[in-house]
Design a binder for this molecule. Structure first.
Ligand code: CP
Length: 311
């Protein structure tokens, strides 16, 4: 059992919660390698995917995870619901809730939307990314990928690089890594740094070159071009020169260090194309872990441990 009813953020999760999610996800590896990738763990449970902002990875991995757990699910988008006719979020949620659903998965442009949903339903809510606030399921797949690579999280040195201030990925990943005993360094241009210099006890620096040799994981953030409202950086080329991960910097990394990125990538900006596709890159492993960890989160939050995880 997790210590939370909903999965809204990572700073509410204990180390035991995170370990349960990662261990349960690992137990689903075998299911996902079968020819018939399906177990009856959430049979009869109803899950609503409410994606009010575009998504490729998160939406498709939740939908696959639901199918693999035999849940009944439906997906709704902002443009295909009565939200476009002016129906409020509260009315939308209460309307769906009246159909007796068990869980909402919510992606929204507005920070706080998943929390707002919890106030309008008794169903369980998972935050699939809300504005600049949080993306907890991304953090769990990131931790899964890193733990699988190194066998542990405790003591690892992780640089999170780039658009720190606009990033819900950073806001979720940094506290989760800290909870698991990793050492996090935040790297970004001054205009992208977080306001609080002691944010989650993570040191901040403006120089990637000063830290790249010392890291076990270099986690590149997507520059959130759609959230900037103005020029916070001089140019794409200048950003790439100062903060982009290129082969010259990769060549200075430790022999066993790895590269992560949540996607979607701006190739040639925060990460060069040859780096994204190189042997150190774990970007597609992260995508694969997204299905496993989202299966685990839904399974644990819906009390699936009381059901059999075999067919
Ligand atoms: N990483 C991530 O959240 O990607 P999507 O926006 O495609 O879901």
């Amino acid at each position: 059992m997790l210590s939370v009813k909903h999965l809204i953020d990572t700073y509410s999760l204990t180390a035991d919660d995170i370990t349960q999610i990662l261990d349960t996800a690992a137990s689903f590896e075998e299911v996902n390698s079968r020819a018939i990738k399906k177990v009856p763990a959430l049979r009869g449970r109803t899950i609503v995917n409410l994606f009010l902002e575009p998504s490729t990875r998160t939406k498709s991995s939740f939908e696959l995870a639901e199918k693999r757990l035999s849940a009944d699910s439906l997906s709704m988008g902002g443009s295909t619901s009565s939200v476009v006719k002016g129906e409020s979020l509260a009315d939308t949620i209460q309307t769906i809730d009246a159909m007796n659903v068990d869980m909402f998965i919510c992606r929204a442009r507005l920070a706080g939307t998943p929390q707002k949903i919890t106030e309008n339903t008794d169903a369980i809510v998972i935050n699939a990314g809300d504005g600049k606030h949080q993306h907890p399921t991304q953090a769990m797949l990131d931790l899964y990928t890193i733990r699988k690579n190194f066998g542990h999280l405790d003591g690892l040195k992780v640089a999170i690089v780039g658009d720190l201030a606009h990033s819900r990925v950073c806001g979720s990943l940094a506290p989760a890594l800290k909870t698991m005993g990793a050492h996090v360094t935040l790297v970004g241009p001054p205009t992208f740094q977080v306001d609080d210099p002691d944010w989650f006890g993570c040191p901040q620096t403006a120089s990637l070159d000063d830290v790249v040799e010392d890291m076990d994981v270099v986690y590149m953030l997507r520059v959130q071009l759609e959230r900037m409202e103005g020029a916070a950086i001089p140019s794409r080329r200048e950003y790439n020169r100062l903060y982009g991960l290129d082969m010259r910097r990769v060549g200075r990394m430790k022999d066993d260090a790895i590269i992560c990125h949540p996607g979607p990538m701006n190739r040639g900006m925060e990460i060069n194309a040859d780096v994204a596709d190189c042997a150190r890159s774990r970007i597609l492993d992260q995508v694969n872990a997204g299905v496993l960890t989202r299966m685990a989160e839904m399974y644990l939050l819906l009390g699936g441990e009381n059901n059999a995880v075999s067919d």
